[in-house]
Design a protein around this ligand. Sequence first.
Ligand SMILES: NC(=O)c1ccc[n+]([C@@H]2O[C@H](COP(=O)([O-])OP(=O)(O)OC[C@H]3O[C@@H](n4cnc5c(N)ncnc54)[C@H](OP(=O)(O)O)[C@@H]3O)[C@@H](O)[C@H]2O)c1
Length: 304
Amino acid sequence: MTDSKRLILVFGATGQQGGSVAAALLKAGWAVRALVRDPASDKSVALREAGAHIVQGDFGDAASLRAAMQGVHGVFSVQPSSPGGTVSDDDEIRFGIAIADLARECGVAHLVYSSVASVEAGVGLGHFESKARIEAHIRTLPIEATIIRPSSFMEMLVMPGFGLDSGSFNFFMQPDQPVGLLAVADIGKCVAAVFADPARFAGATLELAGDTVTGSELAALFTHAAGHPITYARFPDDVLAANPFLRKLTDMLDRAQVPDANALADLRRINPDMQSMRTWLAGDGRTAFRAALGASGAWAYNQQ
Ligand SMILES: NC(=O)c1ccc[n+]([C@@H]2O[C@H](COP(=O)([O-])OP(=O)(O)OC[C@H]3O[C@@H](n4cnc5c(N)ncnc54)[C@H](OP(=O)(O)O)[C@@H]3O)[C@@H](O)[C@H]2O)c1
């Protein structure tokens, strides 16, 4: 049950996760305060027009975080990470811990922290180890907290550089190896369900996925959606050998547990709208997928 009189502070609301959370909370009747760096940006203006209350601040400015937390019932915490963003792993840890500490200090009733799926499998990956550190810190605090761990975003698959434009898609898993995937819009719906039922979700850690697909299944789904053949192969060995970051992500996925059918069904009870890869390709992801078919270029994070 939601309470429109109670306020949730959403970080990163101009980004993917925070944007999804702000939209879902507003739709569910919560009041939303969004801390943004630039209140005049197009995304901040759109958030205000959607009904959020905008406050200016920065993860690195504790006074702005403390001011934003006054009078809020809940906080949704997400930080950008290396390697694609402008933050270091130490920054991410510092920001995530500062937000959790301030939430406790300010008497916030429910903190939801967004980590990453299979965080334990991310040994050697800075942006996984950072989240493991933040999770561990939150568990030491006397605050009702829920940790969500989103799987790889379906939106990531249609970024340039994976070969959709050439009809031969490369990604991290083997053709017969399943990976968990999640539509960004479903993060917000899950988080709204978490804030609505603190008795159930306080203290919980939720691995979020809407679907699991193997490389071969992905090829079939892409082929169907494109209307022409798209093949699948894991990144070639020479590419992985030349790129330690891709290699580490691939190794992480080899170690990662994927949710089974029961876990996916449980998540669907939390968020009945949870999208499969098939429904996402036909709906939320349709435009981005069509664009990716004609977009060449390198993956933004394809760095060493
Ligand atoms: N991609 C995946 O498949 C995946 C899966 C699981 C987890 N993750 C994790 O998701 C996280 C990123 O989430 P996202 O994709 O939602 O990020 P995003 O779309 O890049 O958005 C980042 C948000 O953080 C805000 N921000 C950046 N620096 C800030 C600062 N110094 N002070 C205040 N706000 C600041 C940005 O606001 P501005 O408008 O001011 O820039 C923006 O709203 C990363 O930690 C990543 O590891 C990713």
